[in-house]
Structure formats: C-alpha cells, structure tokens
Design a binder for this molecule. Structure first.
Ligand code: HEC
Length: 158
C-alpha cells in the first residue's frame, strides 16, 4: 500500500514536470512567431511606399511591348500619358474594344484602385476587352507598378 502511494506521488510529480516542459516549449515556440509577425509588419510598412525601381521593371517586362507610358503614341495598346483621372477608352485615334468604350461610358475612370482591379485580371473587369494580358497576380507587383505609372504618366506641366 505504501508503495502504491509513493508511485502515485512520483507519478504526479512526473506529470507536473511534463507540463512545465510543455509550457516552456510553447514559450520558446512563441518567440520566433512573434519575430515573424514583426517581420511581416515591417514588410507591410515597406509596401505602403511603392518601390519605383521595381515598378519600372514590371512595366518593362509586362507592359512596354504594348504601351508607351510617357509618349503620346500608341503601340498595340493606347498610350498611358495622363492615365490617372482619365476615362477608360478615350485616347483619340486608338481603336478600343466596344467593351472598353462602354466601361468608360459607364463611368470607369483610371486611378490606383481601378487599375489594381483591372491589372489583376483584365478579362474579369472587361470580359470582352482586347488587352491580351492575363494579369499580375502579385499584389506587390501591382502596387509597385501603379506607383511607377502614377509618376511617369503625368503630363508635363504646361
Ligand atoms: C499584348 C499587348 C498588351 C499588354 C502586354 C498590356 N496591354 Fe494594356 N492594353 C492593350 C490593349 C490592346 C488595350 C485596349 C483594350 C480594349 O480596348 O479593350 C489595353 C488597355 C489598357 C488600359 C486601358 C487604357 C485606356 O485608355 O482606357 C490600361 C490602363 C492598360 N492597358 C495598362 C496596361 C498595363 C499597366 C500593362 C502591363 C501590366 C498592360 N496594359 C499590358 C494591350 C496590352
């Protein structure tokens, strides 16, 4: 009987020990998690300011073959000069799809928000549009690109 009481006690102590180990392990695991969260916050803070160099790279790789951003000259697509605040489908002399012209008539105006939506998946926003571009899946790419466009598509002060 005395023996059984003893093992009962040491069993309890053993269980306590296990719990303490578990708590310590949890605390240790929480440290890198907290560090990761801080890192993620830092990244978020960084993308509140567009990286124009990266934005330019995205433009050169994905858009330049079809668009001029700083010259009022069409390529396969319309030029993008004065893009911000411009109504969709309204560059003179460019043959837009009727879908894009209709969007403009419905009141679509290009700004950071509407561009973000369009460039994510052009065919989703303008299903019958004629821009042959699948879309930019990465939010950071769109963010940097739009920041770059906002800067380079400004008309020079007259
Ligand atoms: C393969 C050629 C091609 C590529 C690549 C392309 N575009 Fe286009 N883009 C077009 C065409 C063509 C239109 C006209 C669409 C229509 O009429 O439906 C257009 C329309 C647009 C419009 C609307 C312009 C307006 O005047 O309403 C914007 C903004 C635009 N493109 C931005 C971009 C950006 C930014 C990229 C790169 C991420 C890009 N495009 C990639 C061909 C292209």
């Amino acid at each position: 009987m005395a023996d059984a009481a003893l093992t009962g006690k040491s069993e309890k102590r053993y269980q306590m020990g296990k719990m303490i180990v578990a708590v310590i392990a949890l605390m240790l695991a929480a440290v890198p998690l907290a560090a990761q969260a801080a890192e993620a916050d830092k990244e978020k803070a960084q993308v509140t300011e567009a990286d124009l160099k990266k934005g330019e790279k995205v433009f050169k790789r994905k858009c330049r073959q079809c668009h001029n951003a700083d010259k009022e000259k069409k390529k396969i697509g319309p030029h993008l000069v004065g893009l911000f605040g411009r109504k969709a489908g309204t560059v003179d002399g460019f043959r837009y799809s009727s879908a894009m012209k209709a969007k403009g008539e419905e009141g679509l105006v290009w700004d950071a928000e509407t561009l973000d939506e369009y460039l994510t998946r052009p065919k989703k926003m303008v299903p019958k549009g004629k821009m042959m571009f699948p879309g930019l899946k990465k939010e950071a790419d769109r963010f940097n690109l739009i920041g770059y466009l906002e800067k380079v598509t400004k008309k020079p002060a007259e």
